[in-house]
Design a protein around this ligand. Structure first.
Ligand code: FES
Length: 365
């Protein structure tokens, strides 16, 4: 046998047989963290590396990597006899879980008392050291001012000012490889998407999102954020857990190109899947359309348009009104009861009680 890692089944237990530096070992094939398949991982030195978020276990003892020895997966006895490898049916050590501080975002989502809270998210991209006039930004500022005038607490996030990675496809590895909080957020302290998660999941009652139209679509920064927010929506799919409740989303869409309705449709669909509600007439928009490429004029038109500014303020007022309604009546479900996007429960691999991962464990190592 030449392969360093081989998947096997002993009785009902999934194991990974290791062959490292001329010695066999056999460990539980299920990672402590979120149940990742260790047999599909890799070997680094004497450690098996989980393919999902890279926790490591010693290839023969099952102990966690140095500093995390308490995170051990069960070890099975191995013996070579008559040219065959024998693996004990029962493990000879038990699974153990080390202490891990949980990520601040992992706390229960509980709305603190206080007035309606509005987060404005500007998705337009620009050189933040040399900012330019942005029509979507300017209308968002009008809307936020109106929200504050109505007594709301406000906070604005400019995606262009944040450093955050694109989604790296943990869900594409396996449903449970996509975690809440996001695996990247837990592994990379420099990633600033945590500011968006904190505002959208824990803080805000209203999400006012402003985007330009780029080639008929929302801003690329919007899509990068939306992909990262997928972990919030995946909690509905994989854990029947609704993180976004009684929150309102509304949109400001502006562009020198057309396709307002296409952009609005995408935004509405995505935020609906997150669990958001919408006020009547949930977006305002402005576009120069095909006939004019005179963007200098476009800026001037928006700057001088009292109607657009009034529209932005009215949008904020509708969103705040709707948020107050939801706060008074608590209309959102806590679970989807199969009403989610897939309308059925996910079929997952059966894992025995003993091998269940500890849910909510931080990914950080
Ligand atoms: S499931 Fe193994 S590291 Fe996350």
């Amino acid at each position: 046998m030449q392969r360093p890692l081989t998947a096997a089944t002993v009785g009902v237990a999934r194991v990974v047989v290791t062959w490292v530096n001329g010695e066999f070992g056999a460990l539980s094939g299920i990672c402590n963290h979120a149940g990742g398949p260790l047999a599909e991982g890799s070997v680094e030195g004497e450690y098996v590396v989980c393919p999902w978020h890279h926790w490591k276990y010693h290839c023969r003892s099952g102990a966690g990597e140095p500093g995390y020895e308490g995170d051990a997966v069960p070890r099975h006895e191995v013996r070579v006899a008559d040219g065959r490898l024998h693996v004990s049916r029962d493990p000879v050590t038990r699974r153990s879980h080390g202490e891990h501080p949980s990520h601040p975002l992992a706390r229960a989502v509980e709305r603190a008392p206080g007035p309606v809270r509005v987060v404005g998210i500007s998705t337009t991209n620009m050189d933040m050291e040399h900012p330019r006039y942005s029509t979507s930004d300017a209308l968002l500022a009008d809307a936020m001012q109106q929200a504050a005038a109505l007594g709301a607490e406000t906070r604005t996030i400019r995606l262009a000012a944040l450093q955050f990675r694109a989604c790296e496809g943990y869900y594409s590895k396996a449903a449970h490889a996509c975690t809440w909080p996001c695996s990247i957020t837990q592994m990379d302290p420099d990633d600033q998407m945590d500011q968006v998660y904190e505002a959208v999941v824990h803080w805000a009652d209203v999400i006012l999102l402003a985007t330009p139209i780029r080639w008929g679509s929302a801003s690329s920064l919007y899509f990068r954020m939306a992909e990262r927010l997928n972990c919030v929506q995946n909690q509905v799919t994989i854990a029947n857990r609704v993180l976004i409740r009684n929150k309102v989303a509304a949109f400001i869409i502006t562009g020198g190109q057309d396709n307002v309705q296409g952009v609005a449709g995408q935004l509405l669909g995505f935020f609906a899947e997150l669990g958001c509600h919408f006020p009547p007439f949930p977006y305002i928009a402005h576009s120069r359309g095909w006939s004019a490429e005179d963007m200098e004029r476009n800026v001037e038109v928006v700057q001088q348009s009292a109607e657009l500014r009034e529209g932005a303020r009215a949008l904020a007022a509708r969103a705040v009104d709707h948020a107050n309604l939801l706060l008074d009546h608590d209309l959102a479900p806590h679970t989807t009861a199969r009403g989610g996007r897939k309308a059925h429960q996910l079929v997952l691999d059966e894992i025995g009680e003993e091998d269940r991962p500890v849910t909510g464990q931080p990914v950080t190592r």
